[in-house]
Write a protein that binds this ligand. Structure first.
Ligand SMILES: *Cc1c(COP(=O)(O)O)cnc(C)c1O
Length: 403
């Protein structure tokens, strides 16, 4: 998209009103996408069977060093299936962060189970691993071979960490406590493809994990998702459930309720082309984050995001914290001012534990998630954003604070 500025007028004091819009996060399509999609049309393989589906699954598995991958029509479907193959039962509970996009929480309800909401930690906005351990140790009891929530009497079955904005959750304490209480860990790696925790890719750290290839994710298929696991039986079950639980395709025998969740060959074709670019995209995302960090870090009232020791973040989304007292304005007012200058920004998700469908479920000591929600602002960080546009964002944030 090239829209030229009609008037170039950018000083520290004058507001430039005629600039082109800077979007928050848009896809980058400049590789083999068109060629591969054309191949689908030319060969008539357009639906959920076809060579690109298998190829995309294999290539993601190779990239991550994972054993089994099963493509799905989106990340939410992948999470739904992951909960089913992990045999989370209705009436059981799953620990999930309150500060997340709502999809993983909804999938817990799809299967009739209940979420228990865990706070974020302040440094990287991730599920607070210490609070996960605390909750399980203090608020639950081991009884007849299972861990039960003292307050609700329900069985705790799984933990679902979400690598928010691409930065890995501190997984070791979570994996350790999960092993201690025989819980399943289901990673929501939908935002963190390419990120690493202690040299291992997110998505390969737990029992089963999910990816998304939605339009704004690090790579896209338009819409799409994938399950990753080392468990062959679970992988087979995921294929089965996402394919209408078809036992026999001649006689159409179905012994269970299944779903139509498969990815199409056309989408997988886009995915194969996108995956060829992922290293470049992540390099760009990290360069974008570095630029903002360097040019905003001195600014009073603005906190820039860091990267924990021994992790590698794909910096999928970039968000600052706006400290109202020092910046003289809160994140929402800053968002409004930037919108007036055609700079698109986004708030963090509303913490889920206080949203109407979920407010009656248990939440454990949540404070930080609300604070982050009230301070965070996501800045434009498309892979293709130019340095001039980043400079414009920085200048605007600096000018607004001093006016
Ligand atoms: C994008 C996203 C999903 C869902 O992916 P879709 O492909 O849009 O269904 C799930 N969890 C998180 C944290 C996400 O950001």
């Amino acid at each position: 998209m090239i829209i030229t500025d009609s008037i170039i007028m950018q000083s520290e004091t004058e507001v430039a009103v005629t600039h082109h819009p800077i979007p928050m996060c848009i896809p980058e399509i400049r590789g083999n996408e068109w060629k591969y999609v054309k191949e689908c049309f030319d060969t008539n393989w357009v639906s959920s069977v076809g060579p690109f589906v298998n190829r995309f699954e294999r290539e993601i598995a190779d990239y991550l060093g994972a054993s089994y991958t099963v493509a799905m029509c989106n990340g939410t479907a992948a999470l739904h299936i992951a909960l089913m193959v992990a045999e989370v039962q209705p009436e059981e509970e799953v620990l999930v962060p309150s500060l997340t996009f709502i999809a993983p929480v909804n999938t817990i309800k799809y299967i009739g189970a209940s979420p228990v909401f865990i706070d974020a930690e302040p440094d990287y906005k991730q599920m607070d691993a210490a609070k996960v351990v605390d909750f399980l140790d203090k608020k639950c009891r081991w009884l007849n071979g299972g861990l039960f929530n003292k307050e609700t009497s329900r069985r705790i079955k799984a933990i679902m960490p979400v690598h928010v904005h691409g930065h890995p959750v501190d997984m070791d304490p979570i994996l350790e406590v999960a092993a201690k209480y025989e819980l399943v860990v289901i990673e929501d790696a939908t935002e963190s493809l390419g990120s690493k925790y202690k040299r291992n890719f997110t998505g390969t750290l737990s029992h089963i994990a999910c990816l998304s290839f939605n339009g704004n994710k690090i790579i896209t298929t338009g819409g799409g998702g994938m399950i990753i696991t080392e468990n062959e039986e679970w992988a087979r079950k995921a294929i089965y459930l996402s394919n209408q639980a078809k036992e026999d395709s001649v006689e159409y025998i179905h012994n269970e309720i299944g779903y139509n969740y498969r990815l199409t060959n056309v989408q997988a074709a886009i995915g194969c082309a996108q995956l060829q670019m992922i290293d470049e995209y992540i390099k760009d995302k990290r360069r974008i984050a570095e630029y903002y960090n360097e040019h905003l870090s001195g600014l009073q009232g603005i906190d820039t995001p860091g990267e924990a020791k021994s992790v590698f973040s794909n910096f999928w989304l970039y968000s600052i914290l706006v400290k109202q007292n020092e910046y003289k304005m809160d994140n929402r007012s800053l968002m409004q001012k930037l919108t007036e200058e055609q700079i698109e920004t986004k708030l963090l998700w509303h913490p889920i534990h206080s949203l109407p469908p979920y407010e009656k479920f248990q939440s454990y000591e949540i404070q930080v998630a609300d604070e982050l929600y009230n301070q965070a602002l996501c800045l434009p960080c498309s892979v293709g954003i130019t340095e001039e546009d980043q400079q414009r964002v920085v200048k605007s944030i600096r000018r607004i604070s001093s006016s």
